[in-house]
Ligand binder design. Structure first.
Ligand code: AG3
Length: 286
């Protein structure tokens, strides 16, 4: 057999009329967990890739964009975030970025699938990069919606690092879940959510932001392009009981980022401010 005969690809099954295909240089893991079909494979462009039900969740190469934008934007906009809640995020990338802030005292991470955490530790250790060993991290294996419903703690920042609203992730897009989350935020707290690529999945953003408009004084979204979430920039939902954090000045962000004292691959205060500039096709979705 020649090499080309052996070429193997993963075709993403997320959209009805469009697909991306990723070359599998080596399949490292392929099995069913209790909740989902999980694959980890090596790709020449993106490094290690994690898929759930053949939808790309994260890659070694481009995860920094997604994880930095869902952590540093709300944490630095808040300015004094001590308690952070991550819903989902079993690969540990979100915890890694949240814990870079020495001002963050406590991160609770609620992941439904213990299998994702175990396999990520083994096959994607660069994703968590030690986060699972940080004493400030409290890892809870539970259904995020159930956790949120029963939660009595208040958080400064809530990050919903979900899959798309198919399968186990669906409950994380409901009004009920967002209602419980709104009640779990401090007065100046912020919730951010992953809302897919609005050009391809406009309903995802519309659904979340309609719910946010009913629950929060400030409901908006911001954008970043993540290469493996193909189809244009991805949208992140933003909800807060006050617009103070969203309207933070560039000067304040610069001072806070300098004080935070760590380096990033994507985030900087100018990108932070610019991410809230929305093209009309996105504005029209909510
Ligand atoms: N969670 C977001 C996956 C979104 C995939 N959606 C898409 N391609 N439109 C990623 C988890 C990383 N911690």
């Amino acid at each position: 057999m020649t090499t080309s005969d052996k070429q193997e690809w993963v075709t993403e099954g997320l959209h009805a009329h469009y697909a991306q295909r990723l070359r599998v240089d080596e399949m490292l893991y392929d099995s069913n967990t209790e909740h989902q079909r999980l694959k980890v494979f090596q790709n020449g462009q993106f490094g290690r890739i994690l898929t759930l039900d053949d939808v790309v969740q994260t890659t070694e190469g481009d995860n920094f964009i997604y994880h930095e934008m869902l952590t540093h934007v709300p944490i630095l906009a808040h300015g004094n975030a001590k308690r952070v809640l991550i819903i989902g995020g079993g690969d540990g990338g979100m915890a890694r970025e949240a814990l870079r802030h020495t001002s963050v005292e406590h991160v609770t991470m609620v992941e439904i699938d213990a299998g994702v955490v175990d396999f990520s530790k083994e096959y994607l250790p660069m994703l968590s990069d030690g986060a699972f060993d940080d004493p400030r991290l409290n890892l809870v294996i539970n259904d995020g919606a159930l956790f949120m419903k029963e939660n009595t703690e208040k958080f400064d920042v809530i990050i919903v690092d979900s899959t798309d609203p198919i399968g186990p992730g669906e409950v994380l897009f409901t009004d009920t879940f967002y209602g419980h989350a709104a009640r779990s935020l401090t007065e100046d707290g912020i919730i951010v959510t992953q809302n897919g690529v609005p050009f391809m999945q406009g309903d995802e953003l519309t659904g979340t932001l309609r719910a946010f408009q009913a629950l929060f004084a400030d409901a908006s979204c911001y954008l970043a392009s993540v290469p493996t979430y193909a189809g244009g920039p991805m949208a992140f939902g933003w909800g807060s009981h006050s617009d103070k954090a969203r309207l933070v000045s560039l000067e304040d962000l610069e001072a806070r980022f300098a004080a935070a004292g760590f380096d990033t691959g994507y985030y900087n205060p100018e990108v932070h401010k610019a991410a809230f500039a929305l093209p009309n096709y996105v504005k029209k979705l909510f």
